[in-house]
Design a protein around this ligand. Structure first.
Ligand code: BT5
Length: 323
């Protein structure tokens, strides 16, 4: 967790862009000047550089380029998501951490890791989460809606991620049910998990893995044909903190849209960004025969409507799609 005084010092110095005296900082934050000095030392240890002079005070010169909570919160403009950040240099899986600590943290807390040793996909599949190369993150949500709405959250998240990738100049498309592709290759996967009772959601964990800095050889050989990253598709390097802040803003906006207006508008954007509808597809399902047909539409619960060769319409709730 980040220290709120340190956070406030960073926000103030970033906004003012000039020297602020220790006395003024102390007054604004209601702490002693010694306390300000100690926090500045801590921030220096984390890689922030300040110009300090006894009569002018402190000025922020530069920030570390690392994905650390202080940097995320310095740049974040959200009201709910990321107000608390639980950061791990290494952990098994951020989704597992978020589930384990769901009752200890408020809605919007993000669980973030530089490296996951057992990153998970759906149905026990593995997610490759190399240290320093991506954004491996889980968001804790506590929506006051019925568990029947839970299937809408992977779609809502996919829309938010696709639109933030687009803002960064990538032609991101959504492949049903929850992959984000760029030029046909997977750049992001989403894993949504829930704890609920019959009529209410206790919490939802929305986990996403985004490949940012990989070059092809950074992926294990079995992923090289199917995976891609942001930097493989862009001319310039991507600052992971900037992208995460953009994504959290977009996710918060879509979440609030869902709370205020419902799912319809989000579904329309999903349709706009999708690369599944209209395709002749094979849908593989767990322990059941594969289906072949045209992917016709998506319903508001996130299920896929498939038109089989004999004209029969079938609704599919989960599966893997190939075309
Ligand atoms: C997913 O599952 O795509 C969901 C992945 C969610 C990962 C995030 S990271 C933060 C949070 N904490 C976790 O433990 N998980 C979440 P699925 O649709 O089942 O796809 C899994 C498949 O994607 C694998 O079987 C591989 O084929 C492929 N894959 C694995 N790692 C990949 C990577 N880094 N990039 C692209 N494809 C990958």
């Amino acid at each position: 967790m980040t220290n709120s005084i340190r956070q406030a010092i960073l926000k103030l110095l970033s906004e003012k862009k000039t020297h602020v005296s220790g006395e003024e900082l102390a007054k604004l934050l209601n702490v002693s000047r010694t306390s300000i000095w100690k926090h500045i030392q801590k921030l220096r240890e984390k890689g922030y550089q300040f110009d300090s002079s006894s009569n002018l005070g402190y000025r922020l010169l530069s920030a570390p380029k690392k994905m650390i909570p202080e940097e995320i919160q310095r740049k974040l403009i959200t009201k709910i998501l990321g107000q608390e950040i639980v950061f791990f240099a290494e952990t098994e899986s951020t989704n597992s951490e978020a589930k384990r600590h769901a009752s200890d943290y408020p809605e919007g807390t993000i669980f973030l890791a530089e490296m996951q040793t057992s990153g998970r996909g759906r149905l026990g599949r593995k997610w490759d989460a190399k240290p320093g190369f991506g954004i491996w993150c889980s968001v804790l949500l506590k929506p006051k809606c019925s568990p029947t709405n839970a299937t809408q959250f992977p779609l809502l998240t996919a829309v938010a991620i696709a639109e933030s990738l687009r803002k960064f100049g990538l032609e991101a498309m959504i492949k049903w049910p929850n992959d984000i592709l760029v030029h046909g290759k997977k750049i992001c996967g989403i894993l949504t998990e829930m704890d609920a009772e019959l009529d209410r959601i206790n919490y939802l964990v929305v986990g996403f893995g985004i490949n940012v800095k990989h070059q092809l050889s950074d992926f294990p050989s079995e992923l090289r044909q199917i995976a891609t990253s942001m930097e493989m598709n862009l001319e310039q390097p991507v600052n992971r903190v900037d992208f995460l802040c953009e994504l959290l803003s977009s996710l918060e906006k879509r979440y609030l849209q869902f709370v205020d207006e419902g799912f319809q508008g989000i579904l329309e954007t999903w349709r706009q960004y999708n690369c599944t509808l209209g395709k002749e597809a094979k849908v593989s399902r767990l322990n059941r025969p594969a289906l072949y047909g045209e992917a016709l539409d998506i319903k508001s619960d996130g299920s896929l409507v498939l038109k089989l060769a004999d004209g029969q319409m079938l609704t599919v709730f989960s599966g893997e799609i190939e075309y």
